[in-house]
Design a protein around this ligand. Structure first.
Ligand code: BGC
Length: 349
């Protein structure tokens, strides 16, 4: 097991960025940049060939500085959209930075994804780890309270775990997630050919701006139904390619580590299992992916080059009293974990 650190350049404002490379004895490698606490690569050992990097990304920091698709980034303070970029908390109205029309997406244009985090390499009982810390000041992107957040990436024997922690000195919404785009196909072909199962039959109804309208709908029989393994692109005779961008309410309870989803590569030789202590999962099939910079190994990413499975609590919860609360108060600890576990079925030829 090893942890390497290399200097990875500077942000336009001159902040130094480092890239950490973690290796474990099972053959997994993770690349993590201090810019956005971003997962830049995740090499999965596969028999009969070289390991497979299953996440989209860039070779250089410059690609991430220009990217607005959140490739591999840590998202905060709040994942998903906050309607009208405002909310009322304890009787006081807060106005957030708008970065998608009148709404806020993924914590605003200057969210956690483009902040430089402080990194501390560690070796814990399970494997090599990187602890990243960020102090989000009172008023940043419009949010109240000084919030200290920690994200710990650990290479575990069958993949990667991400642990989240947060403490605040004033009540504030916190609903973090990770935004890696996965592609389990060895040649990077369109992700529509993956099969997916999501452990949920309930999704949030959305308006035209993808803001939940408060209703919960049953997915049975709809294009959003992944209660059993189904092709992401949909059945051949239907509406191809399907566009998925939905929040699923998981069958499991918040706080317990349970399987949220399983994705399989088109040849069914590699499986990704996402387990989380979160109560919900955003599934985004990358249909709007439009990346200006050339990706790793010269790949030009476009729609459906990767898909995201983002565990978090209901989006727009600060504006929906019936949704589970995402408010963190002084004295409380925000704490969540997600594991990306891999399994191989047969050797690649
Ligand atoms: C959201 C999409 C959004 C994308 C941005 C996803 O988490 O669900 O609506 O377009 O992030 O890259």
């Amino acid at each position: 097991m090893s942890i390497e650190c290399r200097s990875w350049g500077r942000t336009p404002s001159g902040e130094e960025v480092s890239l950490y490379i973690l290796n474990n004895k099972e053959g997994y490698t993770a690349g993590i940049a201090t810019y956005g606490a971003t997962l830049t690569k995740l090499d999965v050992p596969v028999s009969g060939g070289p390991s497979l990097d299953v996440v989209l990304g860039f070779d250089e920091l410059g690609g991430y500085l220009k990217d607005d698709n959140y490739l591999g980034a840590t998202i905060g303070r709040t994942a998903g959209r906050i309607s009208q970029a405002e909310f009322v908390l304890d009787g006081k109205k807060f106005s957030l930075d708008k970065n998608e029309g009148e709404n806020q997406l993924h914590g605003g244009a200057k969210g956690f994804h483009n902040r430089v985090w402080t990194a501390f390499p560690e070796e814990n009982a399970e494997g090599p780890a990187l602890r990243l810390c960020y102090d989000s000041a009172d008023g940043e992107s419009g949010y109240p309270g000084n919030l200290r957040v920690t994200v710990i990436y650990t290479l575990i024997k069958n993949g990667l775990r991400i642990d989240y922690r947060g403490v605040t000195d004033s009540p504030t919404p916190v609903n973090m997630t990770a935004h890696p785009y996965f592609n389990l196909n060895i040649n990077g072909e369109d992700i529509g050919s993956h099969e997916l199962k999501i452990f949920s039959s309930k999704t949030l109804n959305l308006d035209d701006s993808l803001i939940p309208n408060g209703e919960i709908i049953d997915v049975k029989g709809t294009d959003a139904d992944f209660t059993d393994f189904s092709l992401i692109k949909g059945a051949a005779a239907r509406n191809y390619p399907l566009k998925h961008d939905r929040f699923y309410i998981l069958n499991s309870r918040k706080g317990e580590m349970n399987i949220a989803a399983i994705a399989r590569s088109s040849s069914f030789d590699l499986e990704l299992e996402v387990a989380t202590t979160q109560s919900g999962l955003q599934f985004y099939s990358g249909n709007s992916l439009s990346v200006g910079s050339v990706g790793k190994c010269g790949c030009q990413y476009g729609p459906r080059s990767g898909f995201c499975l983002e565990p978090h609590t209901h989006p727009d919860a600060p504006n929906k009293p019936k949704f589970p609360s995402v408010i963190l108060r002084p004295g409380e600890i925000y704490e969540h974990s997600t594991e990306y576990r891999f399994r191989e079925f047969k050797a690649r030829s």
